[in-house]
Write a protein that binds this ligand. Structure first.
Ligand SMILES: Nc1nc2c(c(=O)[nH]1)N[C@H]1C(S)=C(S)[C@@H](COP(=O)(O)O)O[C@H]1N2
Ligand SMILES: [Mo]
Length: 212
């Protein structure tokens, strides 16, 4: 679970907020990764604008090498156990936003529900705008990887990936698919949208892994 498990009543009235902002200590002394500048804004970065979706028909699907493929409505997804975490956000274009409060379902929760097969090593996330991004199963299983539907105590804004997005505080933010609609568990790696176009597959911000 989270490192310190601190609480912050200012960001979430009805529960504990896990503090993951100390995650950088695993990588070095600096919370701000090299070559990044801190911003108070939360810029929007999307390859092709914000897709539209219907809350009545939206489905979160899990398939691939799993025992129980999932097909969850938005309300079913929101019924899963959730956490709120304070964590930092690092965009490969050079900005970082500290102290984002995301509420959502931990990756491990989805692994449990779907019964991921033993030989799975890779994950490909699919999104409503056709975006994809890949991570190893180990990288997904870390604290901080959430399917977030809340931000700062409200619904996650559509521009930032609502109804559901992935957040990956230990990676550049292109590893977190906005408008995530599907998770595919794979025994062989498949590269995602930016990974195919020359961005780093490993994407470690403290090691400045921006390009491949
Ligand atoms: N579906 C989807 N997810 C995406 C993207 C995208 O274009 N489509 N862009 C990625 C990139 S490059 C970044 S930096 C972050 C930006 O998230 P934000 O717009 O909330 O700041 O989303 C990532 N996830
Ligand atoms: Mo990005």
């Amino acid at each position: 679970m989270s490192g310190s498990g601190g609480t912050d009543a200012a960001t979430e009235a009805d529960g504990d907020v896990q503090d993951l902002t100390g995650l950088y200590r695993e990588y070095g002394d600096d919370r701000l990764p090299p070559g990044q500048r801190e911003t108070d804004r939360f810029p929007v970065l999307s390859k092709s604008g914000t897709p539209s979706w219907d809350p009545e028909t939206f489905a979160f699907e899990v398939w691939g090498a799993v025992d129980d493929p999932l097909d969850l409505s938005l309300s079913e997804f929101r019924d899963l156990p959730a956490v709120t975490q304070r964590q930092d956000f690092h965009c490969v274009t050079g900005w970082s936003k500290f102290d984002c409060a995301f509420t959502g379902v931990e990756f491990a929760e989805i692994v449990d529900h779907a019964g991921v097969c033993d030989d799975v090593e890779h994950v490909l996330f699919h999104a409503l705008d056709g975006y994809t991004t890949n991570l190893s199963l180990d990288e997904c299983a870390r604290d901080g990887v959430l399917f977030a539907y809340g931000y700062d105590g409200d619904d996650l804004p559509a521009d930032h990936g609502g109804p559901i997005r992935v957040v990956t505080p230990h990676k550049y933010a292109y590893k977190g698919a906005k408008w995530v609609s599907g998770v595919e568990f794979l025994t062989e790696k498949e590269l995602g949208y930016w990974e195919k176009r020359g961005y780093s597959d490993t994407a470690d911000p403290w090691n400045e892994e921006r390009y491949s």
